[in-house]
Design a protein. Structure first.
Length: 194
């Protein structure tokens, strides 16, 4: 019953505090990556090159997180599987919160209908309009593309920024949970003690 020894409990608490502190810092860095990705994606509504850079920046968050966790493992403390999971998930959770705050600020103060206008313009392009019409016919038989698009974009534009932020938060936390799994698997060290 060495786990109940006061020194082991103290070590466990200090390990958890250390993990949370590093996760907050790492999450800030990964969150900045996500915010830049979101900003480039929004700017990419007018320029496909920026949209592609936004996508690439978003994908870079995974190797960034893996390298941060490996640095933790190599220079700070051992990283067994359970601690790797905790550090990875907390890192991406912090990133999700930072990104959600940025998304709320964007939709509350800067968007002013730009996203809805951009999608409306994109869907008026003949080749995209025809492709989307075929998709609507397959998934929603008997419905017209223009009606579906107007309903979706109307609902989106009528949704307050706070509710949009909650929806983004849900998807960001889901993404954080999914990304924590490969990050954990690529960063932990098998021969460290649990």
């Amino acid at each position: 019953m060495e786990d109940n020894h006061p020194s082991n409990r103290h070590k466990s608490i200090s390990d958890a505090q250390q993990t949370r502190a590093y996760a907050g810092y790492y999450g800030f860095l990964v969150g900045l990556c996500w915010v830049v990705s979101f900003g480039l994606t929004i700017a990419g509504l007018r320029s496909p090159l920026l949209s592609n850079l936004g996508l690439l920046t978003g994908f870079c968050s995974l190797p960034l997180a893996v390298n941060l966790l490996r640095g933790f493992r190599d220079h700070v403390s051992p990283l067994p599987l359970r601690r790797a999971w905790h550090l990875a998930w907390m890192t991406f959770l912090a990133a999700a919160l930072i990104c959600t705050i940025a998304q709320y600020i964007y939709f509350a103060y800067f968007d002013k209908g730009l996203l809805v206008r951009s999608y409306t313009e994109m869907l008026q392009q003949p080749e995209l309009h025809d492709l989307m019409q075929q998709m609507v016919q397959r998934t929603l038989p008997g419905r017209d593309l223009d009606t579906v698009v107007n309903e979706v974009l109307g609902t989106f534009s009528a949704t307050p920024p706070s509710q949009l932020a909650l929806q983004f938060l849900f998807w960001n936390v889901l993404l954080a949970t999914v990304l924590a799994i490969p990050t954990m698997l690529m960063a932990y060290k098998k021969n460290d003690n649990n």
